[in-house]
Design a protein around this ligand. Structure first.
Ligand SMILES: Cc1cc2nc3c(=O)[nH]c(=O)nc-3n(C[C@H](O)[C@H](O)[C@H](O)COP(=O)(O)OP(=O)(O)OC[C@H]3O[C@@H](n4cnc5c(N)ncnc54)[C@H](O)[C@@H]3O)c2cc1C
Length: 330
C-alpha cells in the first residue's frame, strides 16, 4: 500500500511517500499498524538485578577515587572531560545533588535559550563539536541545552568516570597533612555523601547516617602514603544557594584562620570571566587537596558575578583540570 502524507515546507505543499521511509525498526515491524510488535520477554527481578548489581559494584569500586568532582554544572563537567580523557587510568567520580547533570547550564540568562560564549572559549565548543553562530568576538550556541547534553554524553561515555546523581556531598573528610604535627595544615581526604532526599530530610528525621568516598593515596590508619600521589577533590558547586558553594562554606567554617567566605561581588562581565579563570585551580588557602572551578570561586574569593556568559565556566574547568593533571604527573 502506498501511503502519502501532506507536509508544509517553505509554504509549498509537498507530497511525501511514507512507504519509502526507513528507520531502525523497519525490518522488525512487518505490519502496517505495528500489531505484531513485541519487546523481548523479561522478569521484573531481572530488571532489578541488572540495576542494583551494577550500581552497588560502582559504589564498591569507587569507594576510593583519584578525583572527586563535587557538582556536575558546566565547570565541573568541563573539568571531568579534560581529566578523564587525558588520564584513563584515574578513577573520576562526579557527585551531583540534582537528578540532572548540567547545573545552571540548561538555560541561559533569565531562562532564555541562546548561550553566549566569548572567544577564545569557542575552541572548547569546537573540540566537543557543538555548533554555534560566529558573531566575531563571541559565538552563540542556539540553546544552552545543546552544550550541556553534548558534554554530558561525552563525559559519561568515558569508562573511568562514575556519575552518582541525586547524591549530595554533606561534608568533607579531613585529616592533618602530617599526622604527628599538631600545627599541620588540614588535607581533605574524602567526601561524606548521602541521597539528596535524605539530606533534605535531616531536619525531620534523626540519625540517617551517610556514606563516604575516600581519596586514593592514604594508608589504612588514615595517614598519607607518601609513596603515591594522593587523590584530590574538585569543588564546582556553583553560587551560594540551597546546596551551592558547599565546599567553600565548609572550608571557611573548618579553617577560619586561613579561609574566608567572601561572597560574590556585583556583576561585571569583563572582570569576572577573567578572574574566574585566573583563580581556578588549587585552593588558595590553608587546606590541601581541594581545587575550585566555576562560580563557587566567586563566593570563596569575593569575585564579581559575571552574568549570562558561559566561557569562564568551561575555561575555569579546563584550567582546574590541567592543574589536577599536573598534580598527578609530578
Ligand atoms: C544567586 C545566583 C547568581 C547567579 N549569578 C550568575 C551570574 O552572575 N552569572 C552567570 O553566568 N550565572 C549566574 N548564575 C547561574 C549559574 O550559577 C551559572 O551560570 C553557571 O551555571 C555556574 O556554573 P557552575 O559550573 O559554576 O555551577 P552550577 O551550574 O551552579 O553547577 C553546580 C552543580 O553542583 C551541584 N551541587 C551543589 N552543591 C552540591 C553538593 N553539596 N553535592 C553535590 N552536588 C552539589 C548543583 O546541583 C549543580 O548541579 C547564578 C545563579 C545563582 C543561584
Amino acid at each position: 500500500m502506498s501511503l502519502t502524507k501532506t507536509v508544509l515546507n517553505n509554504s509549498s505543499v509537498l507530497k511525501v511517500n511514507t512507504a519509502n521511509t526507513r528507520h531502525c525498526l523497519t525490518d522488525v515491524v512487518k505490519t502496517e499498524d505495528w500489531s505484531d510488535f513485541h519487546f523481548t520477554k523479561i522478569t521484573e527481578s531481572t530488571v532489578s538485578r541488572a540495576m542494583t548489581s551494577r550500581y552497588f559494584k560502582d559504589v564498591y569500586d569507587y569507594a576510593i577515587a583519584d578525583v572527586i568532582i563535587v557538582g556536575a554544572g558546566s565547570s565541573g563537567l568541563s573539568a571531568a572531560y579534560v581529566i578523564a580523557k587525558a588520564r584513563p587510568d584515574l578513577k573520576v567520580v562526579i557527585i551531583e545533588s540534582s537528578l540532572a547533570p548540567g547545573g545552571g547550564c540548561w538555560v541561559s540568562g533569565m531562562l532564555y535559550s541562546a548561550q553566549v560564549v566569548r572567544k577564545p572559549a569557542h575552541l572548547f565548543l569546537d573540540e566537543l563539536e557543538v555548533p554555534y553562530e560566529d558573531e566575531g568576538d563571541y559565538v552563540v550556541v542556539k540553546h544552552a541545552a545543546l552544550f550541556t547534553s553534548t558534554i554530558t554524553s561525552k563525559v559519561l561515555s568515558l569508562p573511568n568516570v562514575k556519575f552518582f546523581n541525586a547524591v549530595t556531598v554533606e561534608d568533607l573528610v579531613t585529616k592533618p597533612c602530617e599526622e604527628n604535627d599538631k600545627n599541620s595544615k588540614l588535607t581533605v581526604s574524602g567526601v561524606v555523601i548521602n541521597w539528596t532526599l535524605v539530606t533534605m530530610a535531616h531536619d525531620t528525621q534523626s540519625c540517617m547516617d551517610p556514606n563516604v568516598i575516600e581519596l586514593s593515596g592514604y594508608n589504612e590508619d588514615g595517614t598519607r602514603d607518601y609513596s603515591k600521589k594522593h587523590g584530590v577533590i574538585l569543588s564546582a558547586t556553583g553560587h551560594d544557594g540551597p546546596f551551592g558553594a558547599f565546599c567553600a562554606k565548609r572550608i571557611a567554617a573548618l579553617e577560619p584562620e586561613t579561609t574566608e567566605f567572601k561572597s560574590m561581588k556585583g556583576l561585571d562581565m569583563n572582570k569576572s570571566e577573567d578572574e574566574v579563570v585566573k583563580h581556578a585551580g588549587s585552593h588558595k588557602g590553608g587546606v590541601d587537596s581541594i581545587f575550585f572551578c566555576g562560580m563557587e570561586e566567586a563566593e570563596i574569593y569575593g569575585l564579581s558575578r559575571m552574568g549570562p556568559t558561559f566561557g569562564a565556566m568551561f575555561v575555569s574547568g579546563i584550567k582546574a583540570g590541567e592543574e589536577i593533571l599536573k598534580h598527578f604527573a609530578k
